[in-house]
Design a protein around this ligand. Sequence first.
Ligand SMILES: Nc1ncnc2c1ncn2[C@@H]1O[C@H](COP(=O)(O)OP(=O)(O)OP(=O)(O)O)[C@@H](O)[C@H]1O
Length: 617
Amino acid sequence: MTYQTLRGLTRCARDAGGRLLTGLGILILLQNLAPAGLALATALLIGRVQHAVPSDLVAATTVPLIVFALVLGIGHAADAALEPLVYLGAFRIDGAYRARITELAATSPTVDRLEDPESQRLVRAARADPVNWTERTPGTGVMALIHIAAVFAGAVASCAVLAGFAWWLVPLIFLPALAQWCILARRHQSFMHNWRASRREMQRGNVWERTAADPGTSKDIRVYGLGDWIADSIQTHIRTAFEPIWAKLTAKDEWQVFLLVGLPFSVALAVVGHDAATGRTTVAVESAVLAAGWSIFQSLGWTDTTISVTSAGECLAAYEELRQVLEPAAVPAAVLAPDAAAAAPRELPDRVPLIAFEGLGFRYPGTERTVLHSVDLEIKPGELLALVGLNGAGKSTLIKLLSMLYTPTSGRITADGLDIASYGHEAWRSRISVVFQDFVKYELSAAQNVLLGRGNLAPDFEELELAAEEAGFGEVLSRLPAGWDTPLARTRTGGVDLSGGQWQQVVLTRALYALRKGAKLLVLDEPTAHLDVRTEFEVFQRLAERRGEASIVLISHRLSTVRYADRIVLLDGGRITDSGTHEELLARGGEYARMFAIQAERFQAGYDDHIEEGELL
Ligand SMILES: Nc1ncnc2c1ncn2[C@@H]1O[C@H](COP(=O)(O)OP(=O)(O)OP(=O)(O)O)[C@@H](O)[C@H]1O
């Protein structure tokens, strides 16, 4: 239990709320003071029984009995009230903690750090989502910490009872009990460590267990006679996993603890028993001393609270590391915008900007390969620019850099002459609308899926309808059972599953809605790959009508669709190898002309969706 863990858990504890924490503290304290109280109540009762004359027994024992019942009742009542409060406290703390993790992961300005394997490991370690018994959440850790504090307070109260008889009983009982607690805590830590080290073997065994019981694999297992081999594999993995754990469990350890508890308690028993037998003390005092002594051993005995504190501490340590990696403040301004360091964010003019890639070079973090090589390109205000190229040419990477999801390795992207980083991530992104190739299908209603395109603004249902019409989504919409309110996931009540093409129409609507609500740059990465050729063509035509209000960057593999772009840029191996209008590129007879000829041949041979040739080619 380190200082960092204690500090982290104390901070988390605030999320439970002051009143709940106070209530919890009082109840756990009462629960742990009950043994000392019972020891005293027992002594009082025995004392009265010993000295009372038989005819007076009831009157003499009434008060001690009431005291005894009260202490017992308070202990039980505290027990009963604690369970829901502990649950509530842990729930509040974990809820607030998970919200912090989500915010951290979702708001880090760029994605490169989040994609890093080390960050992903930290996210897994910090997310407070236990997958086995060794993992605990901060909420459980805080509750365990309160419990430990109360246990020691209870032990101190019992020590006071012991000291009432003889001061030397306190070190005689308390110190071995404390040693026992430390030994057990250390043993738990090492057990937890061994368990975690064996986890990979256990997981392998689990994979085979699932394979054996899976109807999907049952045919193979029977046809190839794999049953015995799978059973042997499971046994081997489980044995390999558990042998190091069993090897550490020795009888010697148990004897150590037994002697640590048994010897001092026997000495105390002998001394107090002898004094009671020789009349130097009473049986009442003897029973109080023994009950208090035993309660100390019991309360400092087996408990997994130390595991909870340590494991929650690991979780918080991972969160702290993650925070230092992902928090915006952790990313030096000079890295985000070399020429904008130390400058306040600039005001972004409300017009369609001239965007320029200036000697833009990029290598994904943690990789050696350069994906973009000194790319120079301008996107004029209101231009419809098409980016084409083979798979892996770097088209999507260019878009990710334009969206400020990564920081260029060299060069920069400017808007009206200024590095886009100098406007700040939020301001820049509020002016662009991007449809990524691997867009997200949110399990929300159709309307919410579109309105997310400008989630920071109040919903504008008029523009929503117009955007849907423009994206060709109107027909699909009219067939949705609850129209705009239909959830786009069958898992939700009344929800539906859309086809790949229909989903593309949803995200296109989202992008066009953003455009209507003030975006000045529309970026579409393969937005129509799942649409049939005719629908794609129609969407493209409508987009083309919008040029002027915003600049549009379109990535598509279908060259017949992009031929009407103002300019087509060919990217090959991270370099711009050609650019011009469709006619210019065809006239040059280069790579573009060759690609176009191949696609035209496919149309003519009828391999692709059928459409009147003259319309597209
Ligand atoms: N997150 C990533 N980490 C490392 N390398 C990546 C990552 N994303 C893409 N790459 C690599 O960068 C190169 C360019 O990829 P990119 O997605 O930009 O190509 P593209 O032209 O859009 O291809 P496609 O037409 O298939 O979509 C590829 O070699 C790819 O493997």
